[in-house]
Design a protein around this ligand. Structure first.
Ligand code: ZN
Ligand code: ZN
Length: 209
């Protein structure tokens, strides 16, 4: 499991997954920045909220194994290369560039706002998974709390194309549910304007590269 940052909507299932792993006598390796663990451990895994799955069922073989990642340092996880790249958000956040043993690649930005450009120097993904948290009319507010609108995403993609000469396939997630229909319309418009393959992600989506 790769964690981008500590925010609750991105980490709340860690406890449930830890519980499931203990039922099945398995172990889950959890990768994140040290700053992410520094918030997570005292808040979610203090042993008071629920079981501390870093030490349960035993200290020797706990359900959750925490592994610290360093930005810009490529690691290999079961044959997949993973590179954590810092992105701008309201908490310390990294996106992950993943390359499969066959060379298929994706970049998941995590929660982020304008300024993804810094990442493009390091990677050329086939697939970009990113966010659009709200509609264009909330652009200023979204920027202020470290998120993207469809229009802001468009500007990031234009920068990508100028640098790389192509656009990756894009899947948009982290959609503010009250605005889903409007976000969809605004994302479709960006896709048409850029002649890009951009679609909205959904639960249980399977993606073949
Ligand atoms: Zn967040
Ligand atoms: Zn979030």
């Amino acid at each position: 499991m790769l964690l981008t940052h500590h925010h609750f909507d991105h980490t709340r299932d860690l406890i449930t997954l830890g519980a499931n792993a203990s039922y099945w006598q398995g172990q889950i390796e959890v990768y994140a920045l040290q700053q992410t663990f520094d918030v997570l451990i005292p808040c979610l895994l203090d042993g008071k909220m629920y079981v501390n799955f870093r030490e349960y069922p035993s200290k020797e073989e706990p359900s959750l194994l925490f592994r610290t990642v360093e930005p810009y340092e490529e690691i290999t996880i079961r044959g997949y290369k993973a590179l954590a790249l810092p992105v701008k958000h309201s908490a310390p956040t990294v996106g992950y560039h993943i390359v499969s043993p066959l060379g298929k690649s994706l970049f998941y930005t995590g929660d982020t706002t304008i300024g993804i450009f810094d990442c493009w120097q390091h990677i050329s993904p086939q697939l970009l998974i990113t966010e659009v948290s709200g509609p264009n009319r909330f652009e200023d507010r979204l920027k202020g709390v470290g998120h993207l609108s469809a229009q802001l995403l468009k500007e990031e993609l234009i920068q990508f194309k100028q640098l790389k000469g192509y656009l990756p396939r894009v899947i948009v997630i982290h959609i503010g549910s009250p605005y889903e229909q409007q976000i969809k319309e605004e994302v479709v418009q960006v896709a048409e304007e850029l002649e890009a393959d951009i679609s909205l992600g959904y639960e249980d989506m399977k993606i073949v590269l």
